[in-house]
Every structure is written in C-alpha cells, then in structure tokens.
Design a protein. Structure first.
Length: 388
C-alpha cells in the first residue's frame, strides 16, 4: 500500500466529521437496541442482563482508558506545535506500554472475577457470561484509544470518526447475527443471547483495533520523516513522562468515572430494591426498561457535544503552546454557544414532548426521561470544560 501524508484538519472540519460520526453511531446504536428489545426471548430481561454486565465492563474501561485519548492528544499537540515530533512519538510509545499493562490487568480481573461480581455484587448470576465475553475488550479499547489520541494530537481526527462509525456498524451487524444464531441453536435462551450480544462488542473492538493498526502502519513512513526532522526535542525520564500523562488523563476521566459509578450503583441497587416488592423476574425486567430504553433515548442528544469536546483538545492545546490565547477563547466560546443552542431544544423536547413519543414508541420509559433531561445542558458544558 502507498504511504499517505498526515493531513491536519481545521477545527470546523474536525467538528463536522465527528458530529456526523456521532450521529451515525447513535442511529446504529438505536437500531440494534430496538432490535434486541423487541427480539422474542431477549426483551427487557435480556436488556437487564446485557446492561448490568456492560456497566461493570464500562467501569473497568473508564479506569484503564477513559481520559487517555484526550490526554495523549493534548500533550502530543503541544509537542508538535513547536516542532517536537520526536517527543510526541515518545509520549505515544510510553503511553502504549503503560496503559497496555493497566488495561491487561483490568481485563484479567474482569475475566477471573466474573463469577464473584455477577453473583455477589450484581446479584444477577446470568450476567457472568456477559462479563467474560466483554473482558478482552478492555485491553483492545485501551490500545485503540492511545492510537486515536496520537492521531488526534496531530489534528487528524478523521481516523477517530471513521473508527467510531465502523465499530458501531460492526457491533450492530454482529449483534444481530450472533443473537439470531444463538436463538436458533439454544432455543431463545436469554442468558446466552445476552452474552452473544456482548461478544459482538468484543469482536467489533478487535476489528477496529486491526483497522487502526493498519492505518498506523501505512502512516509509519510519514511519522518517521517527521521524527527525523524534529526540532526542540528535550529528552525526559520515563517516570516523569508517565506522571505528565497521568496528570492530564486522571482529571479528564474523573467525570466519566463518577458517571460510570452511578450506572453501576443503579445496576447493583435497582434489582435488589425492586426484589422487595416484585418477583426477581419482574425486578430484572424493570431494570431492563431503565437501562435499555430510557438511558438510550435520553443520552442521544449528548452525542453532538462529544464532537466539540474531542476536537477542542488538540486545537486549544496547540494554540496555547504557541501563545495564541485569542484562538483558545474563541474556540471555547463558540463551542459553549453551540452546545447551549443544541441542548436547550433537546431539554424542552424531553420535558414536554418525550412523554407522548415514548408512550407511543417505547412504553413504560418516560418517567425517568423527565428527571434526566434537565441534566442535558449541564452535562454538555461540563464535557467541554473537563476535556480541556
């Protein structure tokens, strides 16, 4: 294959590409969620098993990799802004080893502790298979996040947009194929079908990792050329570099960790609490309505904000590195304005219109949407602020 040149994209190009990607991701995600919810033998009980396992996986994933793409993008863009491509690549290599080891440890803990987590913490024994199926994804996603962060720092966000879209496409297609296959083989066994749906996530992350690896190999010659002509390189100790990465990634991931912990509190407490008033079967079904229907609808508008929060990091970091504070203020102000313009109509829609829509399209799930909709704008602006 021919070697390509790394092309930087403008701020608005990056935002538009990422926004389109997020829109496609959410549409595809909604399609497979609706399919799983309405699939005979899966339904709300399957959603409960699927979501309870997925939330534990998301917590481990947050610990091992959330904040990493933004942190790598920030530090790399600061280095490349002053021509230090060698230092930027060194950051990338150290992050690859450091977070590779952390994510491998998290994957191992989830795989080996699946039985204990499902039976003692979640009190949903059926979730054990879903945890086992998801465990390899932690390592794959973490490595992929570092590669994406490196290219984001080079202001090449198209690769991130492509990866997000491809991953969701693979996940949707593979979920349908695996669930249908398992339904035929097992006679609509809900537990195995839920595990199969989560296995599709692992397979999708592997395919996207392979895509990123091939892209990196294609760009390797151009990266080597940039390193050879690097300027302002200042060697630092590995320990100091790791501290620098963690000092950026940890604050970035705090919000995501809290959000994931909140979801895990739901997965641990909701079923336990409902079992005092309902049968175990009905308790799981009610949790499935919450996790599989309500949260899917409520978080849909937030996808637009992620385009701004992702694109802002390398743009602002590189501008700040060369002392261009005017550009920093301009980009932040514009992003917050657009977030408010998108968030306000979505909040109003959720409060006043969503009741009728969800009663018609997805019954039983409108009550929590009213509670969550009021958090939309606060969440969106918070994402922009914490990502930088």
């Amino acid at each position: 294959m021919k070697n390509k040149k790394l092309k930087k994209q403008s701020f608005m190009q990056s935002v538009l590409v990422l926004m389109l990607s997020q829109l496609l991701v959410k549409i595809l995600g909604l399609v497979y969620k609706l399919y799983l919810t309405n699939r005979e033998g899966f339904g709300d009980k399957g959603n409960a098993i699927y979501s309870s396992g997925f939330q534990v996986y998301a917590l481990f994933l947050t610990i091992s990799s959330v904040g990493v793409p933004g942190a790598i993008a920030k530090i790399v863009s600061e280095r490349t802004a002053i021509g230090d491509y060698k230092g930027a690549y060194r950051i990338f290599k150290i992050a690859l080893v450091t977070f590779g080891l952390i994510s491998f440890l998290c994957s191992s803990i989830l795989f080996l502790g699946a039985n204990y987590i499902a039976n003692n913490l979640l009190q949903i024994p059926e979730a054990e298979l879903t945890l086992v199926a998801l465990s390899p994804s932690i390592f794959l996603v973490s490595i992929s996040s570092i590669i994406k962060g490196y290219f984001n720092g080079m202001e090449n966000l198209k690769i991130t947009a492509n990866t997000q879209t491809l991953e969701q496409l693979f996940k949707t297609v593979l979920s349908v194929i695996l669930v249908e296959f398992i339904a035929v083989v097992s006679g609509t066994n809900t537990v195995v079908m839920a595990a199969g749906a989560n296995l599709a996530t692992t397979l999708a992350t592997f395919l996207c990792f392979f895509y990123l690896y091939k892209y990196y190999k294609i760009m390797k010659r151009e990266i080597s050329y940039q390193i050879k002509h690097s300027t302002n390189y200042k060697p630092t100790r590995i320990r100091k570099t790791i501290k620098e990465i963690l000092s950026v990634s940890v604050p970035m991931s705090i919000g995501a960790v809290i959000g994931t912990i909140n979801k895990n509190v739901d997965s641990i407490t909701v079923v336990r609490g409902l079992k005092k008033f309902l049968s175990e079967e009905q308790a799981k079904i009610q949790y499935g309505i919450l996790s599989g229907k309500v949260d899917t609808l409520v978080t849909l508008p937030m996808s637009f904000n992620m385009a701004f929060s992702t694109a802002l990091v390398p743009t602002i970091s590189s501008a700040k590195a060369i002392g261009d504070i005017k550009t920093c203020k301009k980009r932040i102000s514009f992003s917050i304005l657009i977030t408010i313009l998108i968030g306000l109509p979505c909040m109003i829609r959720n409060d006043y219109i969503c009741r009728a829509n969800t009663k018609t399209a997805i019954p039983q799930c409108y009550i929590r949407s009213l509670y969550l909709s009021n958090k939309l704008i606060k969440h969106n602006i918070y994402c922009i602020r914490t990502n930088y």
